[in-house]
Design a protein around this ligand. Structure first.
Ligand SMILES: [Zn+2]
Length: 427
């Protein structure tokens, strides 16, 4: 009845190379990219085809020892760098008058490298000969064995050379019967499922604040500029890794719930929101946040890898309209919102609930979600779902009245009992 649907999932893996790549290769490549950038900039060329046809043969003659595909990928690099430079320039954010490529980075296509994940090595084309280098690998890299290699970058950093490889995998997307609605907030991620609502605490705001204070202290206490910038970079990296680690754990939990409930995952479409003048108030504070989109990307990737469908829905007014009757909600205390139909619920619950409903609508899933006329007023009690550190199990702990917190609120396709909130702490 249903046809197979395949999606391609891409992921970049990073390998440290055991051995060195002659730095003259990086220097030559950088010079070529910069020459191409100057040329593209002076003539306003954004088309790869045009850049290649006007510069490729000339560069080949001037660099006879360099395998020709380096010049080919340099054209691709120059083109994309020039395009993003123009974009920044248009927005007034360009740091200089002309684009410049400063990194020790080489783009490789399939003529320039050959990966062998059984022997854990890579063959690389260089100016003189093909060299074979060992890939330093760990458990993390095992999963890439069955994937297709797309493209790679050779990157020189400090004293080591890394190979960043983009892998792709074709995944069959499963048919779904329901939707998990995801609402991302500053301190938590709340999900609406056919088993109830779950609030997963991320404590991101707390973490970011702690690092902000730490950085401010460094700014004021340390005089030496070099030491200062080194320390600042160190803590920025730590903050980022801590937040990303939480995102991965939360995304795993949500994917697990979606698998168990045979659901698709619905997320708010936050792209383009920045450009709309009439954005809703609740989205204003989020605009500059890299995090929301980053979390969504991680979740989308993990979902697709598990064959879970992902759908993006319109985010407008997801936290201000009643999910039952559609009326405008009014505040009722600090966290709660109420409706004239009698609904009283936490604002994050409302958000995820509306996202779920929009997801169901967009996927045309009919769960027979008729609302009983006497919909009980919701008084979300706070329960606790906690995960032991490092364990992947989400354990349902006892609540105050001793019953499990995962109440069914939409049982047998009918809205049944009131939703409750679980709190899950990933750390
Ligand atoms: Zn209502």
């Amino acid at each position: 009845m249903s046809s197979k649907r395949l999606e391609t999932v891409k992921l970049t893996a990073r390998f440290k190379l055991d051995g060195d790549v002659d730095s003259s290769l990086f220097e030559t490549y950088k010079a070529i990219v910069n020459e191409l950038l100057d040329y593209a900039h002076s003539k306003g060329i954004t088309s790869f085809k045009r850049l290649r046809s006007e510069k490729y043969y000339e560069l080949r003659q001037r660099y006879p020892n360099l395998p020709s595909h380096f010049i080919y990928t340099a054209c691709q690099m120059a083109c994309s760098i020039y395009k993003s430079f123009r974009k920044l320039k248009r927005k007034g954010k360009a740091k200089s008058d002309k684009p410049k490529f400063k990194r020790d980075m080489i783009m490789l296509d399939d003529h320039l490298f050959k990966l062998d994940l059984d022997g854990w090595n890579v063959r690389l084309a260089t100016t003189i000969e093909r060299i074979k280098l060992k890939l330093l690998h760990g458990e993390y890299h095992e999963k890439f064995r069955d994937r297709k290699v797309c493209q790679a970058w050779l990157v020189k950093k400090d004293d080591s050379v890394y190979l960043n490889v983009v892998f792709s995998k074709s995944i069959e997307i499963r048919d779904c019967k329901d939707v998990v609605g995801v609402d991302v907030n500053e301190n938590n991620v709340t999900i609406a499922t056919n088993r109830g609502f779950i609030t997963i605490e991320t404590k991101e705001k707390v973490i970011r604040m702690a690092y902000f204070l730490k950085r401010r202290k460094i700014q004021s206490k340390i005089r030496c500029r070099r030491v200062k910038s080194k320390l600042l970079a160190k803590y920025r990296g730590r903050e980022r890794n801590r937040v990303l680690d939480i995102y991965h754990k939360v995304a795993n939990e949500i994917a697990k719930v979606a698998l168990e409930t045979n659901s698709a995952i619905a997320l708010e479409d936050l792209t383009g929101i920045r450009d709309k003048i009439n954005h809703s108030k609740e989205l204003n504070g989020r605009l500059h946040r890299w995090s929301f989109r980053k979390f969504q990307q991680i979740l989308e990737y993990k979902a697709k890898l598990n064959g879970i469908e992902v759908v993006y829905v319109n985010p407008v007014k997801t936290s201000s309209l009643c999910p039952i009757c559609g009326s405008k909600l009014s505040p009722n205390g600090r966290r709660l919102l109420k409706c004239r139909c009698g609904l009283v619920a936490d604002r994050d619950v409302i958000g995820s609930w509306n996202v779920m409903l929009r997801g169901l609508k967009s996927l045309k899933i009919d769960v027979g979600s008729s609302v009983p006329p006497e919909s009980p007023s919701m008084n979300p009690e706070t329960g606790r779902l906690s995960a032991t550190n490092g364990s992947k199990d989400m354990k349902v702990a006892e609540s105050r009245n001793g019953s499990s917190q995962m109440h069914l609120w939409r049982n047998n396709s009918v809205w049944s009992s009131r939703p409750s909130i679980g709190v899950f702490q990933p750390t």
